[in-house]
Design a protein around this ligand. Structure first.
Ligand code: ATP
Ligand code: MG
Length: 568
């Protein structure tokens, strides 16, 4: 392809809203273009990368034995009512009506559609197991679309759904996808870590996320160097540290004027926050009730764990407002469980065996000390705290580390959650209708693309791995009007093309520095510069990954690129 025929739309600076390097670079390199928040168009270079990322995913999915289909983005409400998610999915679901007032949604995921497909198309148990997948556009009305393709409102996902006769079959299908995902992310060059995960809005009872390791990741991973345990902090459990709190004693009301936060109390009472507790009141809109959650003073409440404990949904849970607190008999900063046992009180396991601790007295400016769980109040014990650095590994007891990651994929054992609700059954040998046992498996294709940029860039721009680069090589004559330079550049371009190298000839009438900058920003892995030694057939050979330059004979430069491209 000749540069003069291409749509090169590089920018000196990225728009203000781009906050992370990969977003800045995708915009500056002219790979994507923003329309409205969280919605992007893919420009020629971006689309070529996208196609290559999809190709890797397709090859590995096909190799795994999965079969490709393509579903509509538009899904009828009725399917979502059947599965019970029309309401539960919350405001992220983009809903619409046709001219007859019939309701639909733009699919944020396709469990319902695939389950409906399987129940109609699979007639015999002989057709099981089967794993169907698609690469398709999804819609989620994210509260805060941000970071470009990382969190869009429209994005491309590869989603797959497996149907098995029994649990044993699901285990095999799940492991097959786990291995396939590991191969996909390895081929895409990502530094990644599979972690145990919460099942969120999708449901089911077992799940892993695949995290591309990155400081800008929105997810946090707790992991253990000693035994390899790794989990999303939303999910991570820890071994209790056994801290006992205050010595056992009688409860006592103490005056703590205007000291409502843990920090203030720490100073005022000269007390270790581990001897205190936090009591927070939440409004659960899904079940229309208020619940109380308690963790140790040095801990944070993990709302995902709370949502699971109360069987609600993240989108339907928020802290009670000040007015609500007052009407329920709580006082902000001074709330406690005592006297509120008519509400469900969810108490973190760590509190259960403490001999004494501080809580709010539900009275302004007062706290109660020497409180003991089981003696002074009771609740529902559960794991509520967010794992922190140094907490003990639940498997081997060694201290946990924390690291940030970008969730590029997630796999779930759905079991019979959807097949039961939607009557997706097969007939077994005894003639019984048995619900199919399902798994589902997602890869954020566009998020993965941007994650590659996040891991492969420098000051000058993107450094695409060869197998996903928009083009493999670019030939840049310093001056295309110079006869010798033109001759050499044309010859190299033709030779590379003949050898299936995806190559650009930069025939633009621009300064060399301007041309180099463009290709470094766009991230073409190899650059061949035809300059003053063109008459000797000597070129400058530049590697984008390291910005390393060497003078090479024309043939050597060509053969180096052809060999590498053939080895992709
Ligand atoms: P997140 O926790 O980041 O919101 P999720 O767990 O809701 O994601 P899944 O339902 O597991 O997402 O979807 C499968 C994959 O789709 C995710 O692993 C992620 O890579 C991708 N994905 C999800 N939401 C978005 C989004 N808004 N923009 C781009 N990719 C997304
Ligand atoms: Mg997920």
């Amino acid at each position: 392809m000749k540069a003069s025929n291409m749509l090169i739309s590089t920018l000196k600076e990225a728009p203000q809203e781009a906050k992370i390097a990969s977003h800045v670079l995708l915009l500056r390199a002219g790979m994507i273009k923003n329309e409205v928040a969280g919605i992007y168009n893919y420009l020629p270079f971006g689309l070529r990368v996208l196609n290559k990322v999809e190709k890797v995913i397709r090859e590995e999915m096909d190799n795994s034995g999965a079969i490709e289909i393509l579903c509509s983005a538009i899904q009828p409400k009725e399917l979502w009512v059947e599965s019970g998610r029309w309401m539960k999915y919350g405001p992220e679901l983009m809903r619409l009506k046709d001219r007859h007032e019939r309701e639909f949604c733009l699919g944020p995921t396709h469990e319902e559609v695939f389950t409906s497909m399987a129940r109609e198309l699979i007639k015999s148990s002989k057709q099981l197991p089967i794993n169907m997948y698609q690469i398709q556009t999804k819609y989620r009305d994210e509260l805060r679309p941000r970071f470009g393709l990382m969190r869009g409102r429209e994005f491309i996902m590869k989603d797959a759904y497996s149907f098995d006769k029994d649990e044993k079959g699901l285990e095999v299908s799940y492991q097959n996808m786990y291995d396939t995902y590991s191969r996909i992310f390895t081929r895409l060059g990502l530094h990644f870590q599979p972690v145990l995960a919460d099942t969120g809005n999708i449901g089911g009872n077992g799940s892993h996320q695949f995290m591309a390791l990155s400081e800008v990741g929105e997810s946090e991973i707790a992991y253990c160097d000693a035994c390899g345990y790794a989990a999303d902090v939303e999910k991570a459990t820890t071994k209790l540290d056994g801290y006992k709190g205050l010595p056992e004693g009688n409860i006592e009301k103490i005056y703590t004027p205007n000291h409502g936060t843990i920090e203030e109390l720490k100073e005022f009472l000269n007390m270790d926050p581990r001897n205190m507790t936090k009591t927070l009141v939440y409004h659960d809109f899904m079940n229309e009730k208020f619940v109380i959650a308690m963790v140790r003073g040095d801990r944070e409440i993990n709302t995902i764990k709370l949502v699971n404990a109360i069987n609600s949904n993240e989108n339907y849970l928020r802290l009670a407002t000040d007015e609500e607190l007052v009407s329920l008999g709580f006082v902000k900063g001074f709330s406690g469980p005592i006297g509120h046992e008519d509400y469900e009180i969810y108490v973190d396991y760590e509190i259960e065996n403490m001999t004494g601790f501080l809580t709010g007295a539900n009275e302004k400016d007062y706290h109660i000390t020497n409180v003991k769980y089981g003696r002074d109040f009771k609740g529902i014990l559960c794991d509520l705290k967010t794992a922190a650095k140094g907490d003990l590994c639940p498997i081997c007891g060694k201290p946990l580390q924390l690291e940030r990651g970008i969730e590029v994929g997630q796999i779930f054992k759905l079991q019979t959650k959807y097949s039961q609700a939607m009557n997706c059954v097969y007939v077994d040998e005894k003639g019984n209708n048995v619900p199919m046992v399902m798994g589902c498996y997602g890869i954020g294709v566009t998020r993965t693309l941007q994650s590659i940029v996040e891991q492969y860039h420098d000051e000058a721009g993107i450094k695409w791995p060869l197998n996903v680069a928009p083009y493999h090589a670019v030939v840049v004559p310093i001056n295309y009007n110079d006869q010798e330079q033109k001759r050499l550049a044309d010859e190299i371009y033709a030779e590379l093309k003949k050898n299936n190298v995806e190559v650009i000839l930069d025939d633009r009438d621009e300064r060399p520095g301007f041309k180099f900058k463009d290709w470094e920003l766009i991230g073409i892995p190899y650059m061949i510069v035809c300059g003053r030694r063109s008459n000797e057939n000597i070129v400058e050979f530049k590697l984008r990954a390291t910005l390393e330059k060497t003078e090479l004979a024309k043939e050597d430069a060509i053969s180096r690129i052809v060999t590498d491209v053939n080895n992709i």
